[in-house]
Design a protein around this ligand. Structure first.
Ligand code: CP
Length: 311
């Protein structure tokens, strides 16, 4: 059943599409939804609603968490990929958006350029969620912040060390830092630094850049990283393997962080590349909670976009 939205059409294409109050609401709501899930209590607020998921890149966590989440909330899911839809046969993304959004209540897209999801959203009648683009991964950072709060309390005033590629995760952490008032230490290899134009407006209280990844980890409350080669950049694999060799999160780095520092990785991980096995499989790692929490925060997000805030 597709019905009208409770207010103006909203999308979640990047983290700062929501204001601080809305992000805090989602985090609170996700906690309630997770508590109910753990008690096997139904939470079927999206009964009869339909989510279309469009994947132009591979996924495990994003697909399972959105699909399971929608079914658990009483809705249903349609899964499309480039190869099994007309998107792979050059149907314009704008036409796809016009058609799909007449038939469903919500769309999640994983694609390449941010401009592609923006083009879809601007022709959609229903909310659109970014399930990862080359530029941003807002659902993952929502889950990461939820996970940090779950383990350590507020993230406000904390320091997150980002070690490795200046990718979609790094830029989304930076948007979150400005919104929720924490700081990100970023260390990337030479030649793979943050884009100066994209960080020009970020105040020093939210971003500090380090050449040395060990320096970046000093005193950090959370150390986090991602694969050296993100999806879509596979041609650079060999050259990146050499360039990123010193940007592997090791126990030596974790020892420089705050005594109760956590380790996160959005997964999939390559042990021995961006993270040592004893870190990701060690006691400071919360990567499995982080993955599970995609389910809970995205349920809160989908509910908010379709129904508005719930009391
Ligand atoms: N972290 C994440 O988005 O995982 P998938 O690529 O498996 O969806």
């Amino acid at each position: 059943m597709t019905t009208s939205l409770p207010g103006p059409l909203r999308h979640f294409l990047q983290f700062r599409d929501f204001n601080r109050k809305e992000i805090l609401y989602l985090l609170e709501r996700a906690k309630l939804i997770k508590d109910r899930f753990k008690r096997y209590e139904p939470h079927r607020t999206l009964h009869d609603r339909t989510l279309a998921m469009v994947f132009e890149k591979a996924s495990t966590r994003t697909r399972v968490s959105f699909e399971a989440g929608m079914y658990q909330m009483g809705g249903s899911v349609i899964h499309l990929t480039t190869t099994d839809s007309q998107l792979g046969r050059s149907e314009p993304i704008e036409d796809t958006a016009r058609v799909v959004s007449r038939m469903v209540d919500l769309v999640m897209i994983r694609t390449f350029e941010q401009t592609r999801i923006e083009r879809f959203a601007s022709h959609s009648r229903v909310p659109v969620i970014n399930g990862l683009t080359n530029e941003f991964h807002p659902c993952q950072i929502l889950a990461d912040i939820f996970t940090y709060i779950e383990h350590r309390g507020t993230i406000e005033g904390r320091t997150v060390a980002w070690i490795g590629d200046a990718n979609n995760m790094a830029y989304t952490w930076l948007q979150a830092a400005e919104l929720l008032d924490f700081k990100v230490h970023v260390s990337t290899p030479p030649g793979y630094q943050l884009d100066a134009a994209r960080i020009r407006q970020i105040p020093a209280r939210h971003l500090q850049v380090f050449d040395d990844p060990f320096e970046a980890c000093k005193g950090a409350d959370l150390v986090t990283t991602d694969v050296w080669t993100s999806m879509g950049y596979e041609d650079e694999n060999e050259i990146r393997r050499k360039a990123f060799a010193n940007w592997c999160v090791t126990m030596e780095m974790m020892d420089l962080a705050a005594p109760n520092a956590l380790f996160m990785h959005c997964l999939p991980a390559h042990r021995g590349e961006e993270v040592a096995a004893d870190v990701i499989d060690g006691p400071q790692s919360v990567v499995w909670d982080e993955a599970e929490n995609r389910l809970h925060v995205q349920k809160a997000l989908m509910e908010f976009l379709v129904l508005g805030p719930q009391t």
